[in-house]
Design a protein around this ligand. Structure first.
Ligand SMILES: [Zn+2]
Length: 289
């Protein structure tokens, strides 16, 4: 009789700030999806995996941001394991790691690993891969929340039972838009909607996993709200926002009307100055009616 038991998904939350890694447990092994940022969290993830008593068959890196790959070094700590990513994620991680070092070392000190570990196996859109007895289908999304994003669908019995989405949607937390690919992000959300049933569980990088439909709808409105707020400042339509601090304050007010609270607020606030510049440029370059 075939083994029809579904893989079990364990969520592991970071201690430095709210970020998730996932352990996909099959009968014989575990697969790790993302590894958080720091040394403490990477080691804790390893301890959780070891406690299941099964070998780590592979690590998956969903997207190019350091709060999802920094912890790979302490997670593996010398283990020789395939670390998979789509080629665009691999390239962006390698390209941007030195600039992330400059930003993150002062913020996190020794928690940001001295030596980072990069993917060692690249995969492509549409690939179906067996990892530790689990079947994953790879969706290469391209630029979105980060310079390169991907979606990993967990399949069983010929259907998608879960989707590992990186930061395609945040679980009702503020988000990072500073990379400037908001149009790609909105396209990625639309693409994910077409691939997933509204009630497929979306395992996301920050906050509570949940049904894909409501999470994607909520994220789309968050992005639209942010772009509207920054555009109105960039076009000069919002008075009293001449400098970055004042602009950031006004955008924060708008975003906290949409999402009260401070969870990851600093990520959204970091995004205001670069997006203000980008949207001012787009406004200037757009043909006037
Ligand atoms: Zn993240």
């Amino acid at each position: 009789m075939p083994d029809t038991s579904l893989p079990r998904v364990h969520r592991v939350e970071g201690s430095l700030f709210p970020v998730n890694a996932y352990i996909v447990e099959t009968r014989d092994a575990v697969v790790i999806v993302d590894a958080m940022l720091g040394v403490t969290d990477g080691r804790a993830l390893r301890a959780r995996a070891d406690a299941l008593g099964k070998p780590i068959a592979a690590v998956v890196v969903t997207h190019a941001h350091p709060d999802h790959y920094g912890g790979v070094t302490p997670l593996l700590d010398g283990l020789d394991v395939p670390i998979l990513a789509v080629a665009g994620v691999d390239a962006a991680v390698r390209r941007d790691d030195a600039s992330k070092e400059e930003i993150l070392r002062p913020m996190f000190g020794a928690e940001w690993p001295q030596r980072r570990t990069f993917p060692n196996r690249t995969v492509a859109d549409g690939d179906v891969i067996q990892l530790g007895g689990a079947t994953f289908r790879v969706v290469d999304l391209g630029p979105g929340e980060s310079p390169h994003d991907s979606l990993w669908l967990l399949e069983a019995d010929g259907r998608t039972v879960a989707a590992f989405a990186g930061d395609l949607a945040y679980g009702h937390m503020h988000g990072y838009l500073a990379d400037g690919f908001y149009e790609g992000w909105l396209r990625n959300i639309a693409r994910a909607r077409g691939l997933l049933g509204a009630d497929a569980t979306l395992y996301i990088g920050h906050g509570e996993p949940g049904p894909a439909g409501p999470l994607l709808d909520w994220q789309e409105r968050y992005i639209d709200t942010f772009i509207d707020a920054v555009t109105s400042i960039a076009s000069g339509a919002t008075p009293g926002t001449a400098n970055d601090a004042a602009a950031t304050e006004r955008v924060t007010q708008a975003m906290q009307q949409y999402l009260p609270g401070d969870d990851l607020l600093f990520l959204m606030q970091l995004s205001v100055p670069p997006m203000r510049q980008l949207l001012a440029r787009e406004t200037r370059e757009r043909p006037q009616p």
